[in-house]
Ligand binder design. Structure first.
Ligand code: CA
Ligand code: CA
Ligand code: CA
Ligand code: CA
Length: 334
């Protein structure tokens, strides 16, 4: 490279053009030059699509058309030039904030490129839909003093996750959720219940709910809600539960991966019949399978029996028993 070029260099970056790596050089008061080396001889040519005084340049192929695109840092922020080394280059009018780095990736493998704008206070995520349609995500990673960022699929779910290293708080992992956001890792909670047999009118019925964390990630701020029939009233609630408008809400806190937590409370049927009791469990994290988060614990309550003694004659009982034995034998014969 000639010495007069090397003197005003502001930035260097490697660019892949048609499978050949070339050197893109930013210069003071001059358009950047693109250098190609052939048998130790460097030849440079001005890149017409790029403006003077590039402070930094990053190249990537945002629109997957096999033609390199360039992000260029100027005084007012980052500019994007698509197909920067072709005659039909496109200058986007979008100006990105002054990030220290821009990482181009496809976090969710949907062919829409994501731009991670790395700043000391955090990372903002933008989605590239077209030269004039580049939208910031609602989700922003906040850090105190960000040093470096890596993009890797840590939990092997096919979605890339973001690892940040903060000088003050250390390493954090931001998982990309199937639900669309980045944050804690997705979980799968499941709810079941157990109820005492033969509930009777006006007698407390104990209901045991079990919340299982079936995932490999820990769940936080787990909450169980149970919506009661009008014919049910609460008898006894644990300290972490409350009731309002026939809905019992219990705060279970966190549940570690593969673990479960139980909640036991009693309800009192005020009338006979089928009384509904529907439980549902939620967590702060996105739940990968919502089908097992709801559980129907509705139960039948029998009308109180009149205590007039021998209401069922003995011969009826014997006849029923005989029928039962006969049926059992029938099954055995088959
Ligand atoms: Ca391109
Ligand atoms: Ca994407
Ligand atoms: Ca992942
Ligand atoms: Ca679930």
């Amino acid at each position: 490279m000639s010495s007069q070029v090397a003197s005003g260099v502001t930035t260097l970056s490697a660019v892949n053009i048609d499978g050949v790596t070339k050197l893109l050089v930013g210069l003071d008061n001059q358009k950047p030059l693109l250098f190609t080396v052939e048998e130790t001889v460097w030849t440079g040519s001005a890149v017409v699509s790029l403006s003077q005084n590039a402070q930094r340049m990053i190249s990537a192929d945002l629109d997957h058309n096999q033609q390199a695109d360039v992000f260029m840092l100027q005084d007012d922020g980052w500019h994007l030039i698509l197909n920067a080394f072709e005659s039909d280059f496109v200058n986007s009018s979008v100006v990105f904030p002054k990030a220290t780095d821009i990482i181009v990736t496809d976090l969710n493998d949907d062919n829409v490129a994501e731009l991670l704008l790395v700043m000391p206070q955090g990372v903002s995520i933008w989605h590239y839909y077209g030269p004039e349609d580049i939208r910031p995500d609602n989700f922003v990673i906040q850090t105190n003093e960000l040093v470096s960022v890596a993009v890797i699929d840590i939990n092997n779910d096919g979605l890339l996750d973001i690892v940040t290293f903060d000088k003050q708080t250390g390493v954090s992992i931001w998982y990309l959720s199937v639900g669309g956001n980045a944050g804690p890792e997705d979980v799968d909670l499941a709810l079941t219940s157990l109820i005492a047999s033969y509930p009777k009118v006006d007698q407390a019925v104990s209901v045991t709910w079990s919340v299982y964390n079936l995932s490999k990630a820990s769940a936080s701020e787990v909450e169980l809600t149970a919506t009661m029939d009008v014919g049910l009233s609460t008898v006894q609630l644990p300290n972490n539960c409350g009731v309002a408008a026939k809905v019992i809400t219990c705060k279970l806190g966190g549940i570690a991966a593969g673990k479960s937590k139980d909640v036991i409370f009693s309800v009192r049927p005020q009338n006979a019949g089928n009384l509904s009791l529907i439980g549902e469990v939620t967590s702060l994290e996105y739940d990968l399978n919502s089908n097992n988060n709801k559980h129907d614990a509705s139960f039948d309550v029998f009308a109180p029996q009149k205590s007039d003694g021998g209401s069922i004659p003995l011969w009826v009982v014997i006849a029923l028993l005989l029928m039962a034995i006969f049926k059992t034998n029938m099954i055995r014969i088959r």
